[in-house]
Design a protein around this ligand. Structure first.
Ligand code: AMP
Ligand code: MG
Length: 487
């Protein structure tokens, strides 16, 4: 494979990973290749023979220059600490510096057992591969920092979950796979030398500008906090529910990582959760901002030893940074939701309009994505579709009146507001029932629905006539009630 690998993680001490090769699969078939991303990584998709690509992207053939490893990490899962997790079904092939100068990990997910597999089979079913491919690429198109999907492979083998299912492998691309849980791994072992090495590595790779700060540890921590606040505010503004915000799924790079039981809101309900294993709703929609802060506190725990021997003093240095998170998050949220109603710089007045709209949407079980998108049409003079979403006429009338008055008071023209709104309120999101449809068909070897949905998600802020069905909310019988973890 004409990747030019330039591996750095595999050069770290052996405590950071286990060297392990992918386990070959029976009959790999390439079901998706992301040409644009392949080009960014220096590949020429036209030169790529599909049979060769299937071998490389399944791990059946190892590209020269790759140094396959399974990364070690720990993590808090649903609040409980597991000191030993690690890549149990994934392998990092190596790193490539893209045409944009950015270094990225090339990672196979579902590539067979590793020393971290515990009782797992090291494999992935095809369904979760399809979900991760569609949703991570949709998130990228929506403008959300995320890992990406380079390719998806059908293995020609079965995996056994609740039932027998076809197996799949995803080729995942990330700025780095270092997680909060990677820091926890060395902290839990009190391996301070390697903790320091991990920190130095993460700074150099992800936050080089903090290396020259007066206190690089504090500068690094402040940056990670800022990126998480921004990321989770973006999720909230799009109605995205990650579903399994464990510390091992919290990327230090600020990218959305691990699309297991994720889902987008259909109707607006702030307490909504989809994951079938999240019984208490720990990772419900409106719990996400607080959980991110909790995860950042776990990162702080690991950084304390790097701040010197006086732990009290270290806590006193770190705590003010974490205490700034709620304000950082809230101002990012205010900015994003204000834009959703056409106001570029938010304030108390725009916030009270937003709260009132969300309250009305909740009472009416209005579709989150459609309602916001249709506000721009209402401003253009056609509120008929919006009235199908929000059926409580007096409340909607009152809100529209207050909103128009507020825009007028600010001197914002309708056209300007509508243009801003259409640039931040997507028309097309990966709806749960459409993903389900793509998975059901894919499991039977029909990738047409997957491809059509993928196409429709490429320009989520445009309304292409041919993609109309992907903009519809599910009918009651189509509604997805629960999503599953990929495991
Ligand atoms: P996840 O829920 O995907 O974030 O995974 C949590 C942990 O379980 C990670 O250490 C995974 O590598 C591991 N894991 C998940 N599924 C499997 C599997 N099928 N085989 C081995 N390990 C797995
Ligand atoms: Mg994970």
């Amino acid at each position: 494979m004409p990747f030019t690998f330039d591996n750095t993680y595999a050069g770290l001490p052996t405590e950071f990973y286990a060297r392990v090769e992918p386990t070959p699969v029976a009959e790999p078939q390439l079901i998706a290749l992301n040409r644009e991303l392949a080009e960014l990584l220096g590949l020429d998709p036209a030169q790529l023979d599909p049979a060769d690509a299937a071998k490389w992207f399944s791990g059946n053939a190892l590209p020269s220059g790759s140094e396959p490893i399974a990364m070690a990490y720990s993590g808090h899962q649903f609040g409980g600490f597991s000191p030993m997790l690690g890549d149990g079904r994934a392998i990092l092939l190596g790193e490539v510096v893209g045409r944009d100068g950015i270094r990225r990990d090339i990672h196979l997910k579902g590539s067979g057992p590793t020393p971290f597999s515990r009782r797992g089979d090291g494999r992935s079913a095809l369904g979760p591969v399809i979900r991760e491919y569609l949703v991570s690429e949709a998130m990228h198109a929506l403008g959300v920092p995320t890992t990406r999907a380079l390719a998806a492979v059908w293995t020609g083998e079965a995996v056994y979950r609740e039932a027998r299912e076809p197996g799949g492998i995803l080729v995942r691309i990330a700025r780095s796979h270092i997680r909060v849980g990677t820091f926890q791994f060395f902290r839990a072992r009190n391996d301070l030398d390697n903790l320091q090495r991990l920190f130095d590595y993460a700074v150099r790779r992800l936050y080089p500008e903090t290396a020259d700060a007066e206190n690089p540890v504090l500068a690094f921590y402040a940056e990670v906090i800022a990126r998480q606040a921004e990321l989770v505010a973006t999720w909230m503004s799009l109605g995205f529910i990650h579903g399994v915000m464990n510390t091992d799924n919290t990327s230090i790079s600020g990218e959305t990582l691990d699309y297991g039981p994720c889902a987008f809101l259909d109707y607006y309900d702030p307490a909504k959760k989809f994951s079938s294993i999240d019984h208490g709703g720990r990772y419900a929609y409106n719990n996400q901002p607080g959980i991110a802060q909790w995860n950042l506190a776990r990162l702080a725990d690991t950084l304390l030893p790097l701040l010197g021997d006086d732990e009290q003093r270290a806590v006193g240095e770190v705590k003010p940074l974490l205490d700034r998170y709620p304000d950082l998050f809230q101002s990012a949220l205010l900015e994003k939701f204000s834009a959703k109603i056409g106001i570029a710089s938010g304030d108390d007045a725009s916030w009270s309009l937003i709260e009132s709209l969300l309250g009305t949407m909740h009472r009416n079980r209005a579709d989150f994505t459609r309602s916001f998108r249709l506000l721009a049409d209402a401003l253009d003079g056609d509120d008929s579709m919006l009235r199908n979403e929000i059926t409580e006429t007096p409340a909607l009338d009152a809100w529209l009146r207050d909103w128009r008055a507020d825009l007028a008071r600010r001197g914002i023209a309708n056209e300007a507001a509508a243009a801003l709104m259409r640039s931040v309120n997507p028309a097309t999101i990966p709806r749960n029932h459409r993903i389900e449809e793509a998975i059901v068909a894919g499991n039977q070897g029909d990738f047409g629905p997957f491809e059509r949905l993928h196409q429709a998600l490429r320009d989520p802020y445009l309304e292409r006539p041919e993609d109309g069905i992907y903009r519809l909310a599910p009918r009651p019988e189509e509604e997805v009630q629960a999503t599953f973890c990929g495991t």
